[in-house]
Ligand binder design. Sequence first.
Ligand code: SF4
Ligand code: SF4
Ligand code: FES
Length: 618
Amino acid sequence: MHRIDTHPILEVEKKQIVKFYFDGKQIEGETGFTIAAALHQAGYPVHSHSLRNRNRSLECGIGKCGACEMLVDGQIKRICITKVDNIKEVSEIPKDYTPSIISKNTDQQIKIYKTEVVIIGSGPAGLAAREILNNHKVANIVVDNNDKIGGQFTMQTHQFFFFEKEKKYGGMRGFDIAETLAGNDRTGIFLDSTVWDLLEGKRVAVKNIKTDEIYYIDCEYLVIATGAVPFMPSFENDDVPGVYTAAVVQKMMNNEFTLLGKNVLTVGAGNIGYLTSYQLMQAGAKVKAIIEAQNKEGGFPVQANRVRRLGIPVILSHILLKAIPNEDYTGIVGAVIAEAENFCPIPGTEKIIDGIDAINICTGLVPDDQLLIKGNEVFGRNCFGVGDAIRIGEGTSAVLRGKQAAFEILESIGTRYNYNDYLTVSKEYIDSQQHPYRVIETPFKPTPERAENKPFVLIDCLYGFACNPCEFACPHGAITKTSTSTVPAIDFNKCIGCMDCVYQCPGLAIFGYHQKKDWLFLPIEFACNEQSEVFLVNNNGEKIGEGIIEKILKKTNKTNIARVKALNLQTEDLMQARGFILKDLFPEKVEYKPNNENIESQTYICHCDDVKLEEVKD
Ligand code: SF4
Ligand code: SF4
Ligand code: FES
């Protein structure tokens, strides 16, 4: 476990060091960061033990599951969301621990707020609903258990896909979208506040987890924007420290600047698998491979291409069977995988991937809908589910559904609004959920004469889906994308080869070429030095040539452009190059070892009480 000191996208500020004790040892943490980050960086990933004394670590990483509860200065706290600021001592909760009864000051009055709409969750969907309600002067309060707005957006360091009529969010990074949606006036956003019940009479019961204050909010409408929780398949040793869900990996890496492993195996070739693998590489880790149980990749093709161009192999039809723990079960050293058909391992095909210290589980999300179920009971038709709480989707869909729900509330209240806006948002919401489908086989190309004459770009975006920042990126009107079902078209007569579109495509799918000079203009979001020698690669990460980085053109959005001089590729061959890998970092081929490890292990369904899969089956 390592502290991330530099990052190509995020500003890593040095904060004030604070010290606290963990089981008698002095640990250093940084103000504003969590106890979980400090303990992991200090090499203590075990926070609790199961009934039968198995080591346990973080499970959700976002304050939702309770797996990380410890005693912090005598109080039970979830260390994945509790900061090190002003704490003195952290210890594991003893097995026989009984919390002391805190007498409540019954004279203290409980605050009761009154508003029209309560929005639970300040992620993309919740903030989008708030924006529309605020624009129509409908009173609302947003409640969120985190200490900052943005929900999952705060962890997203990549540029987002959006299909828009006017450019607003497309190409922005997740954390910037959250800030934009929230606006400058944050009145009515109650952070550090968790909803612990929905009471008869449309009352929302809330506790401030920092101050322990309890308060109520009475309202007419409820918007549930509680997001999702990771779906974790069961396998042997799935809760040994070193095995983490993508939510934990992302939160620790992008919010807490803590890398949970240097050599990582990612499980799941969907968008989350691609994005977290890409982000791990940005943060300084190596992703050895991405395995996927299905025989096809699940995520957006442009996302898949960008990780393959880094040399990360995507291994299909392979399933994870077991994490191989280290001697004292405080980490992992490998994984047993097998070929798979219909998500079942094929006997006799088991093999080991070793040399890893973390497994990043990206096998999907499930809606966190417990409050939605209760909300439907208490608020009936006045309860609206939005974002991942109702359907797992992209940030775009979450924003649009949040807006749509807000319009539906306006309709119900009888507030005047533009119905066409509602229809537009509804159509965009439907379109945003369209799964990419292939429209063209290869990128549009200029004629050989045009290609020789002036620099140009190839847009390697072959599938229709809800994205169009490229259209706004070209100052010369050379790029058009007419709908979510089409791909961007380019007019090579209008294109002057300025390369402005190269760094503004969230899919990093636009590449520049200058044939007369054997130059490539390639988007990069990694630190690298000019004059470095590189292998030029295609979208599969295969070496197709060699080059030298002549210049890094720095861009304000931090997606830079590397001008690479190709040393042995010209004209048509040059146009096959889509990326580069520094020569000294070119990854070795994944080597498997025979499965001869014989450590006894079990699959547990309940990690706290050690309920085994076999017992459930019986
Ligand atoms: S290279 Fe410049 S002119 Fe050509 S499509 Fe891109 S932005 Fe437009
Ligand atoms: S080329 Fe255009 S549509 Fe394709 S990913 Fe880039 S910005 Fe989106
Ligand atoms: S609540 Fe901290 S890991 Fe789930």
